[in-house]
Design a protein around this ligand. Structure first.
Ligand code: PAF
Length: 283
């Protein structure tokens, strides 16, 4: 495995790959790798001849009151994981390389970025789509792998790739969960033991929504009430949103039909958790 820290060296490596004409799988990350990232890398390894992982904590996607400075960073541990997963190249650039002093261009996906996560984190997706555009331009992958846990991010990036005629294929990979259902996330390590106990309620709420649909409840009101009931009685949890939407447009549905996504975000103290479930609804 090779670790590349400069844009120039990465470009040189990438140019060398052109003549090989092989498939190149790309897993963009912010490090603090866990089993969820491992599963993305494994999928990339199964799908593509060459696998590149990027590790870069992107300041643009953090709000002013968010945890950019304290976001977990452990490059040595991350490199060990990448080595174990047989990654070919880790691209881990310095902040100033990707965002030099006079950097002033951003990439914005319209309506899809404004809803749900966008309401709580207004500049978040602009930060994500700007860095992802840069990384895709540098890596020029044939396939790029994202986890379903950040479902809205995946939909926003699909739109970005379509609108800007980028040539990579986006592969959505299943959410990896702890045994009690909590979706793995680098931020789970901020939870106190009590909060960790309560965190599973997010998955339970979404599962209750899914079950309600399976039992024939098709109105948004019924499904959302069912999901809210799971978390409402618990102290210390506040719900940002628990909603039932069209899986492509992320618009709330009055009556569920076709491919639906149940999206949720809760706060436990200072920690904000998100999760989702996809449901295919046939009346
Ligand atoms: O999902 C993430 O870890 C980040 O949002 C991404 C895609 C690596 C961009 O910084």
């Amino acid at each position: 495995m090779r670790t590349i820290r400069t844009i120039q060296a990465f470009r040189t490596w990438r140019r060398q790959q052109d003549s090989r004409k092989t498939s190149l799988g790309f897993v963009p990350t912010m490090g603090a790798l866990h089993a969820g990232h491992r599963s993305l890398i494994q999928r990339a390894r199964e799908t593509c001849e060459t696998v590149v992982v990027s590790i870069f904590v992107n300041p643009l996607q953090f709000g002013p009151k968010e945890d950019y400075r304290h976001y977990p960073r452990d490059l040595i541990r991350d490199l060990k994981i990448c080595e174990e997963e047989r990654v070919d190249v880790v691209f881990a650039p310095q902040l100033a390389a990707l965002f030099p002093l006079r950097f002033q261009t951003t990439v914005t996906v319209g309506v899809l970025s404004k809803r749900w996560e966008g309401e709580s984190r207004p500049s978040h997706f602009q930060g994500v789509t700007t860095i992802v555009t840069k990384l895709l331009n540098l890596a020029r992958p044939t396939h790029t792998f994202f986890g379903q846990k950040d479902y809205q991010q995946c939909v926003v990036i699909q739109q970005l790739v379509k609108d800007l005629e980028l040539t990579t294929k986006i592969i959505l990979c299943p959410t990896i969960r702890d045994t009690d259902g909590l979706a793995l996330s680098s931020r789970n390590q901020y939870l106190t033991p009590l909060q960790r106990q309560q965190a599973k309620l997010l998955y339970q709420a979404l599962s209750a929504g899914k079950q309600a649909i399976a039992k024939g409840k098709y109105t948004n009101k019924d499904i959302c009430q069912t999901m809210h009931r799971v978390v409402n009685t618990h102290h210390g949890i506040s719900v940002d949103y628990l909603v039932c939407c069209d899986a492509m447009t992320l618009e709330p549905l009055k009556q569920v039909e076709g491919k639906v996504v149940l999206l949720g975000a809760i706060r436990l103290g200072k920690v904000r958790l998100i999760d989702n479930l996809l449901v295919r609804v046939r009346h």
